[in-house]
Design a protein around this ligand. Structure first.
Ligand code: ZN
Length: 322
């Protein structure tokens, strides 16, 4: 256990309901999550805690407490099963006398400031926490909000500027279950007809998927090189289901069903992976990872099974597709 002098102030995040319940008592109302010990956040942790545990609250109360006035024992430690460390208060409470400030926070979908100046959003790169988190679903009223509608437009612009065939909200720093997809005919001009056929790649019009669930159809898999805007200039061989069904909402919040095969099925799997904190290279054999330049120089025309032999990968999946 680490001994460390606690900061002068720690933060307690509360719902407005629990905040209300605290009035008329000597100390703040706590839920059973705080039965064993009381959880606190440091200033640096508070935004992440809010996004992770209070993601669906439109309004929250941020209480700043003076650690010198807290009864009980503060310990800096990891939660059971976790690795990040937090301040936990054992045998104590949060008396009103320790509260130095209360802030009502009207929540937006994501904190402001993640926009680049100009038209495109900043694309978050591998190593950012948000790319490893499970994104939260959007409520219907959120989908219809000006904020989300505006975000969809910005994601479309960002995806086209990149350019890419898909962009998931975590890639621009928003931990919400939203992705945009578009495979434009002009992207196909750099590839031969044979390559496009091998990949079963056809143009896909712009559309939005929200709160998707993915079902693999059948056993057939295909394995092809894939890249990602959040892992720039790296390609890897990724096996994927050849055919999938996606149940989701569209940008109006209407339920839709997508049945997809070929490259489109691959794009859907890649984007839905992003909403669950998975990156394409998690699914690739590390031996297949290479720079985009070298992929274009040495491998783009090599049949996948031959590439696998040359890269000493296990001969693989029975796709029958190439
Ligand atoms: Zn990606």
């Amino acid at each position: 256990m680490e001994h460390q002098k606690p900061p002068k102030h720690l933060f307690k995040v509360m719902t407005p309901e629990n905040w209300e319940k605290s009035h008329g008592s000597d100390s703040l109302f706590l839920t059973q999550d705080d039965d064993a010990f009381i959880h606190f956040s440091t200033e640096e942790q508070v935004e992440r805690i809010i996004n992770k545990f209070f993601g669906n609250e439109k309004k929250i109360v941020l209480v700043v407490v003076d650690t010198g006035k807290l009864p009980g024992k503060l310990v800096f430690e990891a939660n059971p099963g976790g690795s990040s460390k937090y301040y936990h208060l054992y045998g104590g409470s949060i008396p009103w006398a320790s509260v130095v400030e209360e802030r009502i926070v009207e929540r937006k979908i994501a904190p402001p400031g993640s926009f680049d100046e100009g038209k495109s959003l900043k694309i978050f790169q591998t190593g950012e926490r948000v790319l490893r988190e499970k994104a939260r679903p959007l409520r219907l009223d959120e989908i219809k909000s000006a904020e989300v509608q505006d975000l969809i437009g910005k994601m479309q612009r960002t995806m086209r500027a990149a350019p890419g065939v898909g962009l998931a909200a975590p890639q621009i720093g928003y931990s919400i279950q939203l992705a945009v997809i578009e495979d434009r005919p002009e992207y196909h001009s750099r590839w031969t007809e044979g390559q496009l056929q091998k990949w079963q790649r056809r143009p896909i019009p712009f559309h939005v998927i929200i709160n998707p669930t993915l079902t693999k159809i059948g056993e057939e898999q295909t394995e092809f090189f894939e890249g990602c805007l959040s892992v720039p200039s790296i390609m890897g061989l990724v096996p994927r289901a050849a055919s999938v069904r996606v149940d989701c909402l569209n940008e109006k919040g209407e339920p839709i069903v997508i049945n997809a095969t070929g490259w489109y099925a691959r794009i859907l799997q890649h984007e839905i992976d992003h909403l669950n904190g998975t990156l394409f290279w998690d699914r690739a054999d590390a031996k297949s990872l290479m720079t985009l330049d070298n992929f274009l120089k040495h491998w783009k025309d090599v049949p996948v099974e031959e590439a696998k032999r040359s890269l000493s990968l296990k001969p693989g999946i029975d796709s029958g597709a190439y």
